[in-house]
Design a protein around this ligand. Sequence first.
Ligand SMILES: Nc1ncnc2c1ncn2[C@@H]1O[C@H](COP(=O)(O)OP(=O)(O)OP(=O)(O)O)[C@@H](O)[C@H]1O
Ligand SMILES: [Mg+2]
Length: 320
Amino acid sequence: MAELSKTIDCIICGSCVVDILVRPVPLETSIGGGRLIGVDPIEVTTGGIVSNSGIAMSRLGMRAVALSYVGADQWGHLLRDRYREEGLLNEHLVTHPEGPTSTTAVLIDQSGERSFAHCVGAPELLDRDFFLQRLDLFGQSRMMLLGYYSLMPRLEADLAEIFAEIRQRGCLTALDAAGDGGSLEPLANILPHLDVYVPSHAEASHQTGKEDPRKIIGTFRENGAVGLLGVKLGSEGALLQTAAGEWIDVPAVEAPAPVVDTTGAGDSFYAGLLTGLLRNMDVAAAGRLAAACGACCVTGLGATEGLRSYEATARLAGLT
Ligand SMILES: Nc1ncnc2c1ncn2[C@@H]1O[C@H](COP(=O)(O)OP(=O)(O)OP(=O)(O)O)[C@@H](O)[C@H]1O
Ligand SMILES: [Mg+2]
């Protein structure tokens, strides 16, 4: 019955960034001292989990909602416009009166190596009240995804309570990490309130102090995790464990075109996984859709250029 009253498939919350791509920049030598560097036309793309997973889920046919803060500046307008073009619902992108839109200048050298100049901006101001004031919105959604753990210090101590409240509204909860992954505190308090948690290997090993993906997942379980767990393993695919304890190896899907840029592969993987679960696939099939979505992502510059439709992605995953 609850399912019938749901008008949203997934709310994607947290990091929501404008990326300004500058290349080629010779990163091995100093660029200081007033040097002028000639570069290719400078491009602007969207980044952060709200953009990356949100646009990916929209391409996969899901009704996805972006939830975060942007600034009262031109970048906020740019994000709203891009989301609208992609069918990612933008009416819950809130303009913060003081915080600026999150922006990153991405300096890319000849080999594709990247250095970043980043302003965290308004999403850092997301707090407990922001989420607790929107529980009715979560009640309208089948699922939510928040990112990134370890990069939202203002929010982390309250995340266990926030996820518990959201879940009580019948909305499934998922979390992604980034940066170095942070530590097991306060993650251990959050794990019992998550339906899905699949960080990358580097993040998960920083959190647990373990290298072996099975031992990493074991540590999450010992700390009270009850949902679907996993570890993303880059070009090796991923290891998942269902809530019932079944291990599922997800092999990587061969990228359907040359690998151009792996930015956003993890966020695309998450989008495919959640889409599969929302379409009532079993975990193994949802994992294959996730791997296919990650494989599409790496074929394009930025996090979303390489993404394909549900039909094309499912075909690549061998699901049709
Ligand atoms: N070169 C590749 N070829 C095919 N698939 C890939 C490749 N790289 C990544 N993938 C797919 O994307 C998924 C996620 O990648 P990865 O493990 O790098 O996540 P991540 O570290 O969270 O990435 P990100 O840096 O985007 O946050 C992998 O599990 C895999 O299925
Ligand atoms: Mg990631």
